[in-house]
Ligand binder design. Structure first.
Ligand code: TXA
Ligand code: MG
Length: 324
């Protein structure tokens, strides 16, 4: 599916008129609106069923636009922008005057990102201003990585859905809080933490103090209807048998081929590399629901690179459920 320039320009006009446009990014599809329009933001939150105090990311066409949104850009934030944008990294910086409370959830910081996606960048350039865009799913549910996912979730409540095929990264952006003296990791994502640390030249800790209630960091999030249960390769067999014996319809998300597994277990195939696992993760969780499964047994990938974000999302989808 190739989106034409004419479609993108039309979508830009829909944004100007206060409408909602779902569009692809390299991470997941976003549900976009004019980040400077209060009514458009209200409608966005209503469609997403998102509580108003949760802030949204403002998408920009280029790093130079930061000056309209940020009061100051610390040197380490500027370095991250230079090295990683366009790309799957979101920077939280002190907000400029005039940035709406609806965008920031009333905080004194704002989240900014330049996506590395052709259609997203053209839309931003055509519109000419910041686009507020959370992931284009209902609050708390699995993020969409195709236009079909968006249509299935939000259907007629969106004015335009731009389709540019499946997302290349498949999990959300890494979020780094740059509004404090030292960078703080708020969410793992498409840019590995090791890369962030290399750029800022220091160890970056994960925010765990709970003072930054970000929806993507709630303990139960990114969840399909089916229960997600974490398992390791050595325990999958026993776990599957127990669940099947209890009459549950079981799916398996695992990079390894496990020949001894009962054939009633539905295989939700995932490729061998952590990056490829990230690309298909959300589609497989959605597939589990479409196939009416009760439980997804998930064997997480190694935590290297984008694998860390996959492990994080699986943990959140599982809530506290792990099989031991
Ligand atoms: O990859 C992505 O980041 C995707 C695509 C569409 O760009 N967007 C996305 O948006 O994941 P959303 O709304 O699903 O998640 C945005 C996260 C939330 O956890 C939100 O709380 C956090 O960013 N956030 C936004 N503004 C913030 C701020 N000022 N301070 C702390 N966290 C913030
Ligand atoms: Mg989201």
């Amino acid at each position: 599916m190739v989106t034409t320039d004419a479609e993108i320009e039309r979508a830009g006009r829909v944004l100007e008129a206060g409408g909602l446009v779902a569009f692809p990014t390299e991470t997941v599809y976003g549900l976009g609106c004019d980040a400077g329009s209060v009514p458009a933001l209200h409608r966005l939150f209503a469609v997403k069923r998102r509580p108003p105090e949760h802030p949204v990311i403002v998408h920009l066409a280029e790093a130079a636009w930061m000056s309209r949104w940020a009061a100051t850009v610390p040197a380490f934030a500027a370095a991250l922008a230079t090295e990683c944008w366009p790309g799957p990294l979101t920077l939280v910086v002190p907000r400029a005057r005039g940035v709406l409370d609806e965008v920031t959830g009333g905080r004194d910081s704002v989240a900014l990102r330049v996506p590395a996606q052709r259609v997203a960048l053209r839309l931003l350039t055509s519109f000419g201003r910041g686009i507020a865009a959370p992931s284009a799913n209902r609050f708390g549910k699995v993020s969409p990585t195709t236009a079909e996912h968006v249509r299935a979730d939000l259907g007629g409540e969106v004015d335009v859905v731009l389709d540019d095929g499946p997302c290349g990264v498949g999990v959300e952006s890494t979020i780094v809080d740059c509004s404090r003296p030292e960078p703080l990791l708020l969410r793992t994502g498409g840019v590995p933490v090791a890369r962030v640390e290399e750029i800022v030249g220091m160890h970056v800790t994960m925010c765990t103090d709970g003072t930054i209630p970000a929806p993507g960091t709630l303990p139960s999030h990114y969840a399909p209807r089916a229960r997600v249960v974490l398992a390791d390769v050595s325990s999958v067999d026993a776990c599957a048998m127990e669940l099947l014996a209890a009459g549950e319809r079981v799916g398996l998300l695992c990079q390894d081929v496990l020949p001894g597994l009962p054939e009633e277990v539905v295989r939700l195939e995932v490729p061998a590399s952590p990056d490829a696992y990230a690309r298909v993760l959300y589609a497989r969780l959605r597939e589990a629901d479409l196939r009416g499964l009760d439980v997804v047994l998930a064997v997480p990938p190694p935590e290297s690179g984008v694998g860390a974000a996959v492990v994080d999302r699986l943990r959140r989808a599982a809530g506290s459920r792990a099989w031991s």
